[in-house]
Design a binder for this molecule. Structure first.
Ligand SMILES: Cc1cc2nc3c(=O)[nH]c(=O)nc-3n(C[C@H](O)[C@H](O)[C@H](O)COP(=O)(O)O)c2cc1C
Length: 177
């Protein structure tokens, strides 16, 4: 079975995961923007990684727009997505509704990324500043750990990227044939 890892990453954490998965599978790793659909469809295991941006998985559209082609060709499609939050059941559901609605049957994995407010580009900084105002509207005593952690991350960079988190992704790869 031929495998490939494709990804979209802006600040490097999704890329770190993609490279670890590629090393483990001993396969090609490249940005999703650097490969055409036809070449992608020549692989059996296709691992895609994208990062969460306001609940949307960046780059996933390249896959979801062509989902029928992946399905019809019996591809083992594996998606991992990277974000800062600790996801509860409600959050998983929201992400599913936004990103995976027409993609049932594919394997999905969430792994945690990193965040350094000072290193964000201008647009992302503006967006995260607006989000901070929303978070700060909550009363201190009513905030959950996620909100507290997020607010702290504006002042102190965080990095939750962890190599062990790739293990379930590696296990979902099909090695037959
Ligand atoms: C503008 C912006 C929006 C984000 N939105 C979310 C989000 O909705 N949920 C989440 O868990 N993390 C969110 N994050 C955190 C990123 O997903 C996290 O920093 C990730 O590691 C970035 O991936 P990259 O390093 O591969 O670019 C956001 C980060 C930025 C900069």
């Amino acid at each position: 079975m031929k495998s490939i890892v494709v990804y979209e990453s802006r600040y490097g954490s999704t890329e770190r995961y993609a490279n670890w998965i590629g090393q483990e599978l001993k396969c090609k790793v490249c940005k999703i923007s650097d490969i055409g659909l036809e070449e992608l469809l020549s692989y059996d295991n296709i691992v895609f990684g994208g990062w969460l941006h306001a609940g949307n998985i960046k780059g996933l559209k390249n896959i979801s727009d062509n989902i029928e082609k992946f399905k019809n060709n019996n591809k083992n499609l594996i998606v991992f997505y990277v974000g800062l939050s600790i996801l509860d059941e409600r959050a998983y559901k929201e992400i599913y509704e936004k990103n995976f609605k027409d993609m049932d049957g594919i394997k999905t994995f969430y792994v945690r990324g990193a965040f350094n407010f000072q290193k964000l580009n201008f647009g992302d900084k503006m967006m995260m500043k607006a989000f901070k105002l929303v978070l700060k509207k909550q009363k201190e005593e009513e905030m959950d750990d996620n909100t507290r952690g997020m607010l702290q991350a504006y002042d102190t960079p965080v990095d939750f990227v962890c190599k062990d988190a790739i293990n379930p992704i590696i296990e979902s790869v099909n090695y037959n044939k």
